[in-house]
Design a protein around this ligand. Structure first.
Ligand code: KG4
Ligand code: ZN
Length: 346
């Protein structure tokens, strides 16, 4: 079973071909990605119109390249998976229309994949993990703690009430004059910084629900930065380190709450899993690994290339759905918003 995956929901155009591998894992036969970072950098963030145009320009070539790399033709595929949302609607439409066209012409089943679900299932692609597991999904647009019980069975244990974690990293980077996307820049600067120089708040610490709030932390950082301006490189490094340390403390505390809530909702977890662009952060990964160890759980985080947006995760989620007979037809809608996890039953 070979599934083509197409990802165009944000600022990466990505395609991949994935098949079932050994021990429940997936086998990545091709994984192509073209980042638009250069096109958006001048604006300090993703410009939807620029993103959509860039997807149109490269998507067909990127599909051809994935087929080429895998040594396959369209006829060899068993399904076509596409991220149908959530995301920037212009880009989503381009991926979806392309996938529908290929599905029609090549007579292959279409699978409309939720981009967040694809992040959530990546640990099964890379590690063959079995259900249920506790997922921290943290990206530029989303921060969620989720009990992953099965394909299509996701219970939301916590979410952010304001900024996503990646968004907070991006805003802090912008504030400090660092590049875009901000996460990797802040992490790089934090390496040389003193995490204890600024006493930044740890919002929501100790709260009984596993929710996040990050805008207060970002504001506190801005006030410190303005207080000591103009900023020397040392100051920026210390601000980054102090910010990252606060985020790590908050994540660990919120996860502790989510771990307690997990049992009644889903039983005993097989692992603690990190996914989404923020899971590339070394400090967060180390803290999560330590916390998982203390709880007697395995810790699974995708290799860096599969943390951010990619086609392999879309292909894999498509494969998982296809195996269960969950296919879509040509009426599948493009969705700017598409929640994937449900609140626990009261
Ligand atoms: O999942 P992703 O590639 O795209 C979506 O938002 O769907 O996540 C991108 C986000 C950006 O906000 C970026 O700044 C953040 O992930 N990010 C990081 C790191 N690498 C990427 N945040 C913190 N530390 C990093 N090393
Ligand atoms: Zn993403």
């Amino acid at each position: 079973m070979n599934v083509l995956g197409i990802e165009t929901t944000c600022d990466e155009t990505a395609t991949a071909i994935v098949a079932p591998g050994e021990d429940g894992r997936g086998l990545i036969r091709a994984n192509e990605v073209l980042s638009q970072i250069a096109e958006h950098a001048a604006y300090g963030g993703v410009v939807p119109e620029i993103a959509a145009r860039a997807h149109v320009e490269v998507l067909d070539r990127l599909i051809a390249r994935a087929l080429d790399t895998a040594g396959m033709r369209l006829a060899d595929l068993d399904g076509i998976a596409v991220a149908a949302g959530p995301g920037l609607i212009g880009g989503v439409l381009i991926g979806l229309v392309t996938a529908k066209t290929l599905s029609l012409v090549a007579r292959k089943p279409l699978v409309a994949v939720n981009h967040l679900e694809a992040h959530a299932l990546t640990a099964r692609l890379t590690d063959g993990l079995s259900f249920p597991y506790l997922l921290l999904l943290a990206s530029g647009g989303h921060t969620q703690l989720v009990a992953v019980k099965g394909v299509g069975e996701y219970v939301r244990l916590g979410t952010t009430i304001d900024d996503a974690i990646g968004e907070a990293f991006d805003k802090v980077a912008k504030l400090l004059g660092l590049g875009y996307p901000g996460g990797p820049e802040v992490e790089r600067m934090a390496e040389a910084g003193d995490p204890e120089r600024f006493a930044l708040p740890r919002p929501m610490l100790g709260r009984r629900e596993a929710n996040f709030s990050l805008s207060g932390l970002k504001t506190a950082l801005r006030i410190e930065a303005e207080r000591i301006a103009p900023l020397a490189e040392r100051d920026v490094a210390d601000l980054c380190a102090s910010f990252q340390a606060a985020v790590v403390d908050v994540v660990v505390d919120r996860l502790r709450v989510a771990l307690r809530a997990f049992g009644p909702v889903a039983g005993h977890p097989t692992a603690l899993v990190a996914a989404g662009g923020v899971s590339a952060n070394g400090a967060i990964r180390r803290a999560l690994a330590a916390q998982a160890g203390q709880a007697g759980l395995a810790f699974v985080a995708p290799p860096l290339a599969l943390c951010g947006d990619n086609g392999a995760m879309i292909a894999w989620a498509g494969l998982e759905r296809l195996r269960l007979g969950l296919v879509d037809d040509l009426t599948a809608p493009a969705r700017a918003r598409w929640p994937f996890a449900e609140a626990p039953a009261a």
